[in-house]
Design a protein around this ligand. Structure first.
Ligand code: ADP
Ligand code: MG
Length: 267
């Protein structure tokens, strides 16, 4: 059964899209079957996967509003070895039209049902807000991954975000767990970043991924080539970090599976 992970943080510019794209590519490179869903109307994950958002035939709009079956909406991206549900400005309209849809919060979850088993991992790149699209992502996901920058005030924002996720989960998806907190754009020479990182570990313990994503210009450059960083500069620190993260996410998924099995055996 595929594990669905929503990459979310209502703050913009924290590395959600960079993480979704590069984690998807790293997973696919280790022969996992991966689907990446772009739910941000900016379509950055779409472009970053090498798909032209201005010329794509189908987007998440078709899934949410047109009721097209998921296998007619996704596109296989040969170059990056994963499947993609694209986004562009049409998805803004989807967010508005969703208001009128029956059981609007669980639309994505129901739409994904037929393909969930075909993938090892499904990643959802969320928009930088807590709108109905993000709510759909939370309802469809098994777990949430929260990328964050180790800045002043980061902890405050994070605690608020965790509360929001928990409240949301209680309503739309009680099974939802926080999969992990990912430190992004990390500069180890920055003392404040180190302090915040320490506080983060004290506060959230093993919820914090051991893998740290360094600030790396290659990660910022890769999207302009329409490619995940591993196809742009494989030896970069950014590329290596996302491969390491993929390994950690796989281990966590296996642990979660084991825990679920032993729980089922006890019941
Ligand atoms: P979000 O999706 O949360 O808005 P992005 O992934 O788009 O954030 O990242 C915001 C900006 O920061 C982008 O220009 C991206 O290329 C850049 N960026 C993201 N992660 C890194 C990193 N580790 N090192 C350097 N630049 C990064
Ligand atoms: Mg983004």
């Amino acid at each position: 059964m595929g594990r669905v992970i929503a990459v979310a943080n209502q703050k913009g510019g924290v590395g959600k899209t960079t993480t979704a794209v590069n984690l998807a590519a790293s997973m696919a490179a280790t022969r996992r079957k991966v689907l990446l869903i772009d739910l941000d109307p900016q379509g950055n994950a779409t472009m970053g996967s090498g798909v032209d958002k201005y010329n794509v035939a189908t987007t998440a709009f078709d899934l949410f509003v047109e009721d097209k079956p998921v296998d007619e909406v996704l596109v296989h991206c040969e170059a990056v070895k994963y499947d993609l549900i694209a986004a562009n400005s049409d998805v803004t309209a989807a967010e508005i039209k969703l208001m009128e849809v029956f059981a609007r919060e669980t639309k994505l979850r129901r739409a994904l049902e037929p393909v969930r088993d075909k993938y090892d991992f499904i990643f959802i790149d969320c928009p930088p807000s807590l709108n109905l699209l993000t709510v759909n992502a939370m309802a469809a996901a098994d777990a949430v991954m929260v990328p964050m920058q180790c800045e002043y005030y980061a902890l405050e924002g994070l605690t608020a975000l965790m509360d929001t996720i928990e409240q949301l989960a209680a309503v739309v998806n009680p099974e939802l767990s926080i999969e992990g907190i990912l430190r992004t754009m990390y500069d180890p020479r920055n003392r404040l970043a180190n302090d915040v990182s320490e506080q983060l570990k004290n506060h959230f313990g093993n919820k914090v991924y051991r893998t740290v994503i360094p600030r790396n210009v290659r990660l910022a450059e890769a999207p302009s080539f329409g490619a995940p960083v591993m196809y742009y500069d494989k030896s970069s620190t950014g590329s290596k970090a996302y491969l390491a993260l993929a390994g950690e996410v796989i281990r966590r998924a296996e642990e979660a599976q084991k825990a679920a099995k032993s729980q089922a055996a006890q019941a």
